[in-house]
Design a protein around this ligand. Structure first.
Ligand code: PEP
Ligand code: MN
Length: 247
């Protein structure tokens, strides 16, 4: 089992992968691509929380075997979103890191279902959650295994999809001693800004990044506009090490 202290080190934790798992070939190719570029873990989502029921809901259980194969071939740790306690059971032995999406940050029964699980949990911040709501949610899971994820909040600044709240990241780290990773993809909503926001997060001291990445972003079924190429991902990883060394 991987522990939080093995993930959160002096080096930023780098997680890359598609917004949504689409096929065995797709997740295999992306896993190998992000591994080669320097990732530590694979983003792999089978169940998608979508705003509209008519939107693609993810491939579901069918993808479990695909992720297993991609994990074996790449040697990467696997991070998976869980939306129900049943999902938590289904990904036992497969997901090394669980994650709770922004929409489920206050789904307290789901959070409680993680209390007995030893795996690290990434807790994404809800769209307008205050610091105490975010930390309260972490408490439901068990703070010692939680990695907070700042993925942008709703503000009056509507020029981008969300606003990356690095101020809160700093308060969570410095005053509450919680590790925080940054998701520049959902904050930006557009791929030309992802690298800038990722590097801003790292320069401010983020403990890692989770980035939507695809060998051909135009093929992505969900969040295509913010998905970056493997080449850009590699560039971010390189610059991340450079920034960290110079800090
Ligand atoms: C995602 O990671 O694909 C996602 C839906 O993000 P969030 O929960 O932050 O909206
Ligand atoms: Mn997404």
């Amino acid at each position: 089992m991987i522990t939080r202290s093995q993930l959160i080190t002096n080096q930023p934790l780098i997680i890359g992968g598609p917004c949504s798992v689409a096929s065995a070939e797709q997740i295999m190719r992306i896993a190998l691509g992000v591994q080669k570029a320097g990732a530590h873990a694979l983003r792999s989502q089978l169940w998608k929380p979508r705003t509209k029921p008519s939107s693609f809901q993810g491939v579901g259980d069918e993808g479990l075997e695909w992720i297993k194969a991609a994990k074996k071939a790449s040697g990467l740790a696997v991070a998976m979103e869980v939306m129900t306690p049943e999902h938590v059971e289904k990904v036992k032995g497969l997901a090394d890191i669980l994650w709770i999406g922004a929409r489920n940050m206050q789904n307290y029964e789901l959070l409680k279902s993680l209390q007995q699980d030893q795996r690290p949990v990434i807790l994404k911040r809800a769209f307008i959650a205050t610091m105490s709501e975010w930390l309260g949610a972490a408490d439901y899971i068990g703070k010692d295994k939680v990695i907070l994820c700042e993925r942008g909040i709703r503000t009056g600044a509507d020029a981008m999809r969300f606003t990356l709240d690095l101020n809160s990241m700093l308060v969570a780290q410095h005053d509450h001693h919680m590790p925080v990773i940054v998701d520049p993809s959902h904050t930006a909503g557009r791929r030309d800004m992802v690298e800038h926001l990722a590097l801003a997060g790292i320069a401010a001291g983020a403990n890692g990044l989770v980035i939507e990445t695809h060998y051909d972003p135009e093929e992505e079924m969900v969040d295509r506009d913010q998905t970056i190429t493997l080449k850009t991902f590699e560039s971010i990883v390189k610059k991340t090490s450079y920034i960290r060394e110079t800090l």
